[in-house]
Write a protein that binds this ligand. Sequence first.
Ligand SMILES: C[S@@+](CC[C@H](N)C(=O)[O-])C[C@H]1O[C@@H](n2cnc3c(N)ncnc32)[C@H](O)[C@@H]1O
Length: 232
Amino acid sequence: MNVLSVFRPSAWRRLATDLKNQGLKRARPWIARQVFEGVYFDGLMTKHNVSAAVGLNPGRNSYRHYFAEQVARCARNADGVFVSVGVASGNVALRILENVKPDKDYWLIDSWDGRRSAADPAPKYSDDFANVQDRFARFPNVKFLRGVVPESLSRFTPDKIAFAHFNLGDPDSEIVALDILAPRLQKGGSILIDAYGRGVSTDAHRRGYEAVAARCGLTDFKGENGQMELRR
Ligand SMILES: C[S@@+](CC[C@H](N)C(=O)[O-])C[C@H]1O[C@@H](n2cnc3c(N)ncnc32)[C@H](O)[C@@H]1O
């Protein structure tokens, strides 16, 4: 039986009204059904991703950022520091600092030269480091580590990590960085790999992340949206 047949037409009418309220003025029940089916079969039944499916939030950042915040919240009481590897202008780290309020050092690591990856220095992201420093000026627990990963990690001194967010868009460097940082993850802590199942990550990269996780005895949780959480 098609699982969708359990829904009555009134459900599509209600969803169409919701979509209209979200800004999709021409939403009709049959459009709502198509949107729902697309989202359902993508495994993404959250209001965040309904927004994504109708184009209000291209890239589904809102759900990915929400999930990063929740993972950080769960890791808040673990021993050790917070760290973001791949920060750009710092939207995710800022959200975590504002909402989770970790009472520990939060390290921000990035080249802040706009590069795509260690191997490809072509500019893609902002290189306005002064602006990033300004955005975080009100958080005395923030520490900046500027340089190309993984080499720059020789200057990352903490030996205990409660939460780490990896979002370089450079899986080759991330896997080496994970190998360096994962052994420092403490009990109750988590590492979030933002692009495990997305973007430039290949199956070979996914096997690389998984091999490090297995070696370090971490449990993985793979989200339908491409993020992977590693827990100790
Ligand atoms: C996808 S963005 C990060 C987005 C960020 N998490 C946010 O909250 O919006 C990736 C960042 O990592 C940087 N980057 C990519 N490869 C790098 C590397 N090997 N070493 C250091 N920074 C790198 C990019 O220049 C960019 O600033």
